[in-house]
Design a protein around this ligand. Structure first.
Ligand SMILES: [Zn+2]
Length: 291
């Protein structure tokens, strides 16, 4: 009888121990699990916050870029006296977009080089490439809608009417009217005298009053006058300037420009130049006005 009670007590002790072990284990597991899930949650929250901050920063940069490149009367743009210690190439392409634009964009991407496109309204089919170029970090400027000298240089009124039209074309693609322009033939062109005496002297002043900045070039690739690939290569390279602004053309007939481009980029890369898209801080090239 007594022996039976003892063994019953042992059972009780064993059972209690087991219960404690199970409860203790469960509680321990629950604590460990809740700690782990709290850590997991904290990590996920931190990752989400970081992602949101990155998105916000990206959006702010997008807005700042847009603001900076938008037409704003009274806001200065560029400098005629750039920092001589920097070595920068501004590749500029007039007359596009065209069926060659994508090829140019591909080369620029391959070399991680940024450039500037002065657009016209001629090629509707390739117009979405204006947006693509902008989104890939290149700058969009205005070159006139019609590019017809007799039209755009007939009068100041005609010029600005055309400029507003190409401004709208740009706005449809990138969401704003850029402040950057390039005159057909450059500000030094004399052809305009055929249509209106002294118009370039008046236009170069008026565009600045309206908040535009015009960009000429200090290196002419020669592609506008029909140079072939080898000639474009040799005419585009020089060590004369620390800030180089090269005139190229982006039109369907200028495949020699596309062929010459990699060698031109290589030349400047080997000499430590950077390739930048024009912005408000950039060097401004102005020719001497002759009409
Ligand atoms: Zn042109």
């Amino acid at each position: 009888m007594r022996k039976k009670k003892t063994s019953y007590n042992w059972y009780k002790i064993l059972l209690c121990g087991l219960v404690f072990f199970v409860i203790g284990g469960t509680v321990f597991c629950m604590i460990a699990e809740s700690k782990e899930s709290a850590e997991k949650r904290a990590r996920a929250e931190a990752a989400q916050k970081a992602e949101e901050a990155a998105e916000r920063a990206e959006e702010e940069a997008r807005i700042a870029r847009k603001e900076s490149l938008s037409l704003k009367p009274g806001v200065p743009a560029g400098t005629l006296e750039p920092d001589r210690d920097e070595k920068i190439v501004y590749l500029t392409f007039d007359d596009g977009p065209s069926e060659n634009t994508q090829k140019i964009l591909d080369i620029l991407k391959e070399y991680n080089a940024k450039a500037t496109f002065f657009i016209t309204g001629a090629d509707e089919e390739h117009r979405p490439l204006i947006k693509k170029a902008y989104e890939e970090g290149h700058t969009i400027g205005l070159h006139t809608y019609s590019h017809n000298y007799s039209e755009v240089y007939a009068s100041e009124e005609a010029y600005f009417k055309d400029l507003e039209k190409v401004g709208k074309t740009a706005e449809e693609q990138i969401g704003f009217v850029p402040y950057l322009i390039r005159f057909p033939g450059g500000s030094s062109n004399e052809v305009s005298a055929k249509y209106s005496q002294g118009i370039m002297s008046r236009l170069t002043e008026k565009v600045m009053e309206k908040g535009y900045q015009y960009y000429d070039w200090n290196v002419d690739s020669g592609d506008g006058s029909g140079a072939g690939t080898e000639e474009i290569k040799s005419r585009s390279v020089t060590e004369r300037y620390s800030h180089v602004m090269i005139l190229f053309h982006d039109s369907s007939t200028k495949s020699a420009t596309v062929d010459a481009l990699p060698a031109v980029i290589d030349y400047y890369k080997e000499r430590g130049y950077e390739f930048r898209a024009i912005d408000r801080e950039s060097f401004v090239s102005h020719h001497a006005v002759k009409n």
